[in-house]
Design a protein around this ligand. Sequence first.
Ligand SMILES: NC(=O)c1ccc[n+]([C@@H]2O[C@H](COP(=O)([O-])OP(=O)(O)OC[C@H]3O[C@@H](n4cnc5c(N)ncnc54)[C@H](OP(=O)(O)O)[C@@H]3O)[C@@H](O)[C@H]2O)c1
Length: 312
Amino acid sequence: MSSCEVEGQNLNYHCNIMPPYKRFAVAGASGTVGTHFLRAFEHSPHGYDVTILTRKRGGNQQFAAEWRKKGAKVREVDYEDEASLVSALHKIEVVISTLGGPAFALQVPLVKAAKKAGVQLYVNSHWGSPLTGDDLPDLATMDALRNAPLRMAEEVGLPWVEFRNGTFPEYCLPIPLFGMSELGHRRATIYGDGNIQNSWTTQVDTVAFVLHVLRHLPAEELKNRIFNIQGDLKSFNEIVQLYETKYPGSPFDVIYRPLFELEGEVEHREGVERLLSSIMLAVVTGKAKHNQETLDNKAFPEWNPRAVVDVL
Ligand SMILES: NC(=O)c1ccc[n+]([C@@H]2O[C@H](COP(=O)([O-])OP(=O)(O)OC[C@H]3O[C@@H](n4cnc5c(N)ncnc54)[C@H](OP(=O)(O)O)[C@@H]3O)[C@@H](O)[C@H]2O)c1
């Protein structure tokens, strides 16, 4: 009998005979990524037990009320109050953070409380490209905030895992900065020559990947690990061509803008605006793309993620 079999029954998940995780808490569930997790849990046949963590003050009350009405467990927490967090995380096995950038710092107390509550695994809020502060100095502050919970998790001995999925096409392509928001009017704006490819994964596919590996990989293969995943690899020229083929019609008006315009925006803008232009510059110069040699897609061999064309 292999270590993956018990009395002839093939346990095709944890070779260490641990049952898959069942009890999850999602922090920041009212955001775009969090909502996708909730929907996946809601429609899963695996009987997950999910608790939604939302801020007691400043949280999305309407969202909390809607999910309560559906029978969800919603715990209103104060991230600065450890006792409130520890109590909300009682019996939780996995904490998935989908907190947004302004709340990244709250993940440090979240990790500490999770450890005290007996949580077994912490999933960090990253959900982005493999770019780091070393690649992009403008990202350094956010990167430090994003990494701090991982260092805290290591300090307190709570295993962590993080997923880098590239850019969400359905979320980012409608943003004017990406130059694709007027595809419906047969117009596009492209920085550079448009031939540089970028890594794209939809949120639905990202969540499916996460839940698959949490269900199937042994705990030691998840521990303190970054998964680099990619649903599709496409350039902006390819995206326009795919759109034209999918929706034939009048000719497209594509405006090509020189990279120095974007570089100028980075130089002259401040704060979030500067960061966004800086990330966009990284995208159109191929810096935000995954290394194709080190993708972790194989951790879910049956994964069949949507392509960018599917969300156009
Ligand atoms: N790869 C991509 O293309 C891409 C695109 C977008 C986002 N992302 C990443 O996905 C993650 C989630 O992003 P998101 O856009 O879903 O985030 P978000 O909507 O800004 O925030 C998610 C949740 O965090 C909580 N929150 C927000 N601001 C807070 C604050 N100041 N203090 C405390 N809690 C706060 C809220 O939950 P409650 O109100 O319930 O407490 C909110 O619903 C981030 O890591 C982000 O970088 C990636």
